[in-house]
Design a protein around this ligand. Structure first.
Ligand code: ADP
Ligand code: MG
Length: 612
């Protein structure tokens, strides 16, 4: 062999062997030593097939036969050979028969080790198989689109879910599967994704299957780049119809409960033990006079109580109880007192935070009506009693007066006993005056009502009233410019004014001032609550205010009762206010008072205004 080819052969990474026609090795290059770890001595003269993997021997021999059959035609083959260290190596061969070339007379075999390359190829193949398997068996819809949005691949799940075959989907635009009302939103999103290079997006939309069913799909879309260019779009999508329906059901049921609470007539709220108001419905805000629920939420439950101690006491009472209810004295935002019936449940308003869920009902009006009814019943009963007593008493007095007249007549003019007889008559007459009052109270008298202007009557009576109270007390009568006409018996109106003024006088033993105010008033549903027994409307009001001692708290509930008096028997009968009560009632009006110890008392009598 020439020196140059020899050098080439020896330095090549490509191993070269020359075989005789029987397959024995006639020559082996240095590179072949490096390839399989055997020395030249170990190889030259040996069978060329001896290191071939047993499974590959038959195939290799066949290839060798083929080479021998076609001299000069190279043949490529690949088989495994054993390295001296015991490993199997993948070797690629090119063999050509030069047996008929007188200069060579051998089969020349070039070969090199492709083990690493084959291993890498296998790894790629394996991982591709694995990925394909994942994609094909995925429960999610997986597909690729070209940048224009046409399907280039769809997995079996996508076919199954959308009910289209792969053939029907490939080349189709993905937008055609989105329900029309969502297409604009989808176009906008995916245009933006591509223009702004948003790597990932998630979008939920209703899609329509081939059968026309609507499915909710939640879809992740990812851009695939080659360099700077977007070459494809990958999508992983999932049928979220069930989840969507469940969400929708939950949303609807929440909305239903919300509307139930928002529309409730009762106040409903949630608060912490500390009094933070977490939630409330409009009825609750309205009941408490707040402009809105929002406004109310900035306040604390403590502010609703007229006395904060009441809340502390309630919490103490409810502690450890699941439910509790109580009537509580609350106040509206403007300070108006209200009575509220509260039903509460102790709950965890948040994890680990204790609080209340409560239902509140404003019972101010109901309680006022109950109270009025009780009062009216009591007055009615006492009135009936008084009527009976007055009737019998009148007969007794008539007998006394008659007898004292007879006694007087039977006595001589100068008889000193006549004076005693006169005294008996006078006392009996005072008693008769009292029974007349009682009868007036019990409505036995025939009344002759007429239309009177309160202002005029008050002015006419002014002089008489001033004389009744004496010089130590000044009476100021003020009347508004508006006339205040009422329909009633003039005598009754006098009785009302006189009784009020006399009571005021008695309350001011050291003198003072009496203010009489006459004016028309218009009462709405709420302001009318101050006056028991009447409904909203227009009234004429007589207010008599004194600067006297006031009415003690424990006596306030009793002043309208007949015979209730705090005065000595010679001064008081306890009938004045009950008569006023009776007169006011009879004429469709009402009487009430406000008082403060040592500051004075104001009595108000309301009578229906006669519309001219
Ligand atoms: P009498 O005046 O005969 O006692 P009334 O029915 O007129 O009976 O009054 C009942 C009670 O109400 C009085 O005894 C008094 O205690 C109280 N009272 C009435 N008016 C006043 C007033 N202006 N100031 C203080 N107390 C009053
Ligand atoms: Mg009196």
């Amino acid at each position: 062999m020439d020196a140059l080819p020899q050098a080439l052969i020896e330095n090549s990474t490509e191993a070269v062997v020359m075989l005789n026609a029987d397959g024995t090795i006639r020559f082996a290059s240095q590179a072949s030593v490096r390839l399989l770890g055997y020395s030249l001595e170990e190889r030259v003269g040996h069978d060329g097939f001896e290191l071939v993997h047993p499974d590959d021997v038959a195939r290799t021999r066949a290839a060798f036969a083929e080479v021998l059959r076609q001299p000069g035609v190279p043949l490529e083959t690949e088989h495994r050979m054993r390295h001296k260290n015991g490993d199997w190596r993948d070797i690629a061969f090119i063999a050509v028969s030069r047996l008929d070339d007188p200069d060579v007379r051998a089969v020349v075999v070039n070969y090199h080790d492709v083990t690493e390359r084959r291993r890498a190829e296998r790894a790629v193949r394996d991982s591709e198989t694995r990925l394909r398997r994942i994609v094909e068996h995925a429960q999610d819809l997986i597909y690729y689109c070209d940048p224009a949005g046409r399907f280039t691949y769809v997995n079996p799940t996508a076919e199954r879910v959308m009910k289209y075959s792969q053939d029907e989907l490939l080349g189709r635009h993905f937008m055609t599967l989105i329900r029309p009302d969502y297409r604009d939103a989808a176009v906008e999103l995916y245009t933006r994704q591509i223009v702004e290079h948003v790597p990932n997006t998630y979008f939920e939309f209703p899609s329509v299957t081939k059968d026309g069913d609507v499915l909710w799909i939640g879809q992740h879309v990812q851009l695939v780049y080659e360099g700077e260019t977007i070459v494809a779009v990958h999508a992983i999508a999932r049928d979220i119809t069930r989840q969507k329906n469940a969400e929708e059901r939950l949303r609807r049921s929440e909305a239903r409960y919300r509307s139930l609470i928002q529309g409730a007539a009762y106040g409903i709220y949630r608060s912490t033990f500390q009094g933070e108001i977490l939630d409330a419905n409009p009825a609750f805000a309205r009941m408490l006079g707040y402009d809105s629920v929002q406004d109310l939420l900035t306040h604390n439950m403590r502010e609703l109580y007229r006395t904060p101690a009441e809340r502390v006491e309630l919490i103490r009472r409810f502690a450890g109880e699941q439910y509790g209810d109580a009537d509580v004295a609350w106040q509206r935002k403007d300070g108006t007192p209200i009575l509220v019936h509260l039903t509460t449940r102790t709950v965890d308003v948040e994890v680990g935070v204790g609080g209340f869920e409560g239902i509140a009902e404003d019972i101010t009006e109901r309680r006022a009506l109950e109270e009025q009814l009780r009062q009216a019943q009591k007055m009615e009963a006492v009135g009936r009693l008084a009527r009976g007593v007055a009737h019998d008493f009148n007969n007794v007095l008539a007998a006394i007066i008659g007898s004292s007249d007879l006694l007087t007549a039977s006595l001589p003019h100068d008889d000193p006993r006549r004076e005693e007889a006169e005294e008996i008559r006078k006392a009996a007459e005072r008693g008769a005056a009292l029974t007349r009052q009682l009868l007036a109270f019990s409505r036995r008298q025939v009344l002759q009502p007429e239309v009177l202007d309160l202002k005029v009557v008050a002015e006419q009576l002014h002089g008489m009233l001033q004389r009744m109270v004496g010089d130590a007390i000044a009476i100021h009568t003020r009347a508004s410019d508006c006339p205040a006409p009422v329909r009633m018996e003039p005598g009754q109106l006098e009785q009302v004014l006189m009784n009020l003024v006399v009571n005021a006088r008695d309350a001011m033993p050291d003198g003072g001032t009496i203010d009489i105010t006459i004016d028309p008033v218009s009462l709405d549903e709420r302001s009318v609550l101050r006056y028991p027994g009447i409904s909203a409307g227009d009234y004429a009001r007589i207010a008599v205010r004194d600067t006297g001692v006031g009415i003690a708290v424990e006596q306030q509930a009793h002043v309208f009762e007949p015979f209730f008096t705090t005065k000595s028997p010679s001064k008081g009968t306890g009938l004045g206010l009950s008569i006023i009560y009776g007169i006011a009632k009879e004429n469709g009006g009402a009487v009430t008072f406000s008082t403060a110890a040592n500051e004075g008392t104001t009595f108000e009598v309301l009578l229906p205004l006669v519309q001219s």
